[in-house]
Design a protein around this ligand. Structure first.
Ligand SMILES: [Zn+2]
Length: 468
């Protein structure tokens, strides 16, 4: 059953394509492209856009306000530079708030009851590097007390002057968080941060919990069982906890992952919906329909996901001993919006309580090292030849003419002769390149740099690594 409170957010989301800002559709985008995406809103009479200050390296930090209501709502995003999903959702919300269509009465109501202030991309220097920390290597979300970063000082200054009633602290979380005891990724995780060590619930925190319970119910329409609750250990240095302690109801939203959504466009849309539902509930006091109990009933998150989980694979055909292998990838910025991936064996052994975005039941298969072949000239490598080599189980090309880059744009690894033995080994915390074969020694699966492929289904968009 669709809850009454969710209705408007669901209706608007049905027309999301109208509000989606098409200029930015990737995870990795620059501060400049964000400022450019904001430019069309500059002279919009519904919004007030101002510069609240500058980052350590002099990049503009913008604030955008909407509405003239009594209830002040502050939202900030990307205090961690590589957590960009909510910044994009904020652009979509601005597009919605300034559009002219059948939802005008809802917009008018929001403008009458609320003053929304958005501070997207609070850490533009980190954004440029696509890193969590600021230019001075400080984790801004541990700087709420000392305020050593200019960006942290700007945020606290806005909090003290604007005096929000409600605050939203918008982040992204790592890909490998699941909803506890399930293989479902936590696509959105929430937290009403604690304001003291005892994690008590006062009126301020209760309101944040009620809002989250309502946002969760809305999201259940899209990601049933895909919402999780973040750990509420008190962290006085963090902004969420510190602002909650000031008597401002604070909601932490962590954008997680959806399968097959590497650029997080699906999670961006979930942010849009959840925040609209929150605006609706704040403007109508609809959050009061929800209880702390409903908040507490949201399952906890866990970090038990791998990109690939290979179950019960034989490590030695003669001994018949089998293990599970957990493989995950990390992404490394090449230059916005591009990145390369590096896959690694992150665990081995009994992984019965773990899950995979992809799971292989390898009960009758044996894991063996990939083969290697010497080559003279990398220039001769083509898509066709790579497909042919992989089919034969060749995962490494040996050459002394090593490229300067750490990766190659095709699915095979380039390896220096002195690195070959180590590169082929199937070991904990080593790169994930190996084969799964059946009892006839036929290759069933190829694991190439942490990606799964079948011999006749080679994904040529996968990158290999340069191993020296
Ligand atoms: Zn974060």
């Amino acid at each position: 059953m669709v809850n009454q409170r969710s209705e408007i957010a669901l209706k608007i989301t049905n027309q999301y394509a109208k509000y989606h800002i098409n200029q930015i559709t990737t995870n990795r985008f620059t501060h400049t492209s964000f400022i450019n995406a904001l430019a069309p809103f500059k002279n919009n009479s519904k919004l007030t856009i101002s510069t609240i200050g500058y980052s350590q390296e002099g990049r503009l930090i913008k604030s955008i306000s909407f509405g003239k209501g009594k209830t002040n709502v502050l939202l900030w995003s990307q205090m961690h530079g590589n957590e960009s999903t909510a910044t994009r959702a904020i652009l979509d919300l601005l597009q919605f708030l300034t559009s002219n269509d059948e939802f005008n009465s809802f917009r008018a109501e929001l403008a009458k009851k609320l003053t929304l202030q958005f501070i997207p991309m609070l850490n533009p220097d980190g954004t440029e590097r696509f890193q969590r920390r600021t230019a001075t290597e400080i984790d801004m979300n541990r700087d709420a007390v000392q305020l050593q970063t200019p960006e942290g000082r700007l945020l606290m200054d806005v909090v003290d002057k604007f005096k929000p009633d409600i605050a939203f602290n918008l982040h992204d979380q790592r890909r490998f968080y699941n909803v506890k005891n399930t293989g479902v990724p936590s696509s959105i995780s929430f937290l009403a941060p604690a304001y003291n060590q005892a994690r008590e619930v006062n009126a301020t925190r209760k309101r944040a919990m009620q809002l989250i319970a309502g946002m969760n119910q809305t999201l259940q329409n899209y990601i049933p069982d895909g919402v999780g609750l973040y750990d509420d250990a008190y962290s006085y240095r963090s902004f969420g906890d510190a602002i909650q302690a000031k008597g401002i109801s604070t909601v932490l939203v962590e954008s997680g992952w959806l399968p097959q959504d590497m650029e997080k466009e699906g999670v961006r849309k979930l942010n849009f919906t959840a925040l609209l539902a929150a605006f609706d509930m704040i403007s109508t006091n609809g959050f009061k329909d929800y209880s702390v109990k409903e908040y507490e009933a949201i399952p906890a998150i866990d970090d038990k996901l791998f990109d690939i989980l290979i179950k019960n694979v034989c490590v030695n055909a003669s001994s018949k001993s089998s293990v599970d292998i957990g493989v995950s990838r990390t992404e490394h910025l090449i230059g916005h919006p591009n990145y390369y991936s590096a896959g690694q064996i992150n665990d081995l052994g009994d992984l019965a309580s773990f899950y995979g975005f992809e799971t292989i039941d390898a009960q009758k298969l044996t894991v063996v090292e990939g083969k290697a072949k010497a080559i003279q000239n990398l220039q001769n490598i083509s898509t066709v030849s790579v497909k042919r080599l992989l089919k034969q189980g060749i995962l490494f090309l040996i050459t002394e003419n090593i490229p300067l880059e750490k990766h190659v744009p095709f699915p095979i690894n380039i390896v220096h002769p002195r690195k070959l033995v180590q590169a082929r080994e199937i070991r904990f915390e080593e790169k994930a390149n190996f084969l799964l074969i059946d009892k006839h020694k036929t290759i069933k699966y190829i694991i190439l740099n942490g990606f799964v492929m079948k011999p006749n289904e080679i994904n040529t968009s996968v990158n290999g690594l340069v191993l020296v």
